[in-house]
Design a protein around this ligand. Structure first.
Ligand SMILES: NC(=O)c1ccc[n+]([C@@H]2O[C@H](COP(=O)([O-])OP(=O)(O)OC[C@H]3O[C@@H](n4cnc5c(N)ncnc54)[C@H](O)[C@@H]3O)[C@@H](O)[C@H]2O)c1
Ligand SMILES: O=c1ccn([C@@H]2O[C@H](COP(=O)(O)OP(=O)(O)O[C@H]3O[C@H](CO)[C@H](O)[C@H](O)[C@H]3O)[C@@H](O)[C@H]2O)c(=O)[nH]1
Length: 325
């Protein structure tokens, strides 16, 4: 297929682009480098620097013959979204509406969208399947849910084939035998695993652990870490299975919850380094515990995550850190 990957210079988009190229697809990456890196775009893809809002219509002409779009481009920081919600509505929602309009005009039939497990907010009943209630706790999650709803309408009214993949906590890296690697390199970094690795490497003095008095077994929040290459395989499967006029939603995780303290312990084991921790106040808007049920993706897409052990996930993130950071 000929595919447009928005956000393909970012963490998850670069990994998916590399695996799309491996599978024989032709890929054009559109990324404005607001948080991504030009060198992260895998060789073999055509790179166009620009905003989705400004360049999608020009790229997605009927003559260009695109078969589909994988839409990763978005702002992703929960805390920033609370402070500056307007940026998130504008980039994540208005930006996506402009992409949909360009796709409609050009007759591009397929869209795979990066949604998030955080649309479900805080639920007592775990694991979380697709039919569990939604209730975003911050503008970032709300912006993703708004797009999910927009896609349902676009499919019903205009025949788009769309899939919303609701990732839980993306982690790990794609490591190639030739030494190339694609992984997480946000600046500033807000995600737990790369921050703990920075502490292990001595780049940061200690980890601020946001809250140890939650109603969880060890008092710290619980998350479901899913390896980025397993996320990538779900994209390839979704692309093959998506049907015109249908909008489908899949929750993607391993179904295992790990506490923040367990993540710190895994990093100590993998790196052999001490990780000083300082208990800090709870982070506003944090979800207490999130674990995905991915039974639907397994049944309908034939998805079968391969790198599910937290130590393997952390080991790959650590190897990426050593190669690239
Ligand atoms: N990282 C996670 O754990 C996680 C979890 C759930 C969902 N997601 C979603 O997955 C997607 C990718 O996340 P990531 O961690 O790779 O983030 P990232 O910041 O590494 O990548 C996003 C990329 O999009 C680009 N971009 C942003 N706005 C753009 C615009 N308007 N036009 C063109 N390019 C633009 C950035 O430069 C960056 O390269 C995002 O949509 C995010 O919301 C991520
Ligand atoms: O320095 C830090 C950083 C994080 N944490 C804690 O680690 C846990 C995980 O936090 P992350 O920021 O790594 O991940 P979140 O679960 O908050 O959110 C991430 O995953 C979600 C999917 O579940 C969203 O999509 C979102 O984009 C992405 O930021 C939280 O309890 C957080 O408070 C710390 O204690 N100290």
């Amino acid at each position: 297929m000929k595919l447009l990957v928005t956000g393909g210079a970012g963490y998850i988009g670069s990994v998916v682009t590399a695996l799309l190229l491996d599978a024989g697809h032709e890929v054009v990456v559109l990324d404005d480098l607001s948080t991504g890196y030009a060198e992260a775009v895998p060789s073999g893809a055509t790179f166009v620097r620009g905003r989705v809002q400004d360049r999608a219509a020009e790229l997605l002409t009927p003559e260009a013959g695109f078969d589909g779009v994988l839409h990763f481009a978005a702002f992703i920081s929960v805390g920033e979204s609370v402070r500056q919600p307007e940026r998130y509505w504008d980039n994540n929602v208005v930006g996506t509406l402009s992409l949909l309009s360009a796709m409609r005009a050009a007759g591009v039939p397929r869209l795979i969208f990066s949604s998030t497990g955080t649309v479900h907010g805080d639920l007592d009943a775990l694991p979380i399947a697709e039919d569990a209630p939604v209730g975003p706790l911050n503008p970032y999650a709300a912006s993703k849910l708004a797009v999910d709803y927009a896609l349902a309408g676009e499919a019903a009214a205009h025949g788009l084939g769309a899939v919303s993949l609701r990732y839980f906590n993306a982690s790990g890296a794609l490591l190639r035998p030739d030494g190339t690697a694609y992984g997480e390199r946000h600046d500033p970094e807000t995600h737990l695993i790369p921050i703990v690795l920075q502490v292990a490497a001595g780049e940061r003095e200690k980890l601020p652990l946001y809250g140890d008095d939650y109603p969880t077994p060890d008092g710290t929040c619980v998350r479901d870490y899913i390896h980025v290459t397993d996320l990538a395989s779900a994209h390839l499967l979704a692309l093959e299975s998506v049907k015109p006029g249908e909008h489908r939603v899949y929750n993607l995780g391993n179904g295992n919850g790990y506490s923040n303290r367990q993540v710190v312990e895994a990093v100590r084991e993998v790196t052999g380094a001490p990780v000083p921790v300082e208990i800090a106040p709870r982070r506003p808007g944090d979800i207490v515990a999130q674990v995905a049920s991915s039974e639907r993706a397994r049944a309908e897409l034939g998805w079968n995550p391969a790198r599910t052990d937290l130590r393997d996930i952390v080991a790959d993130a650590w190897e990426f850190y050593r190669r690239a950071c």
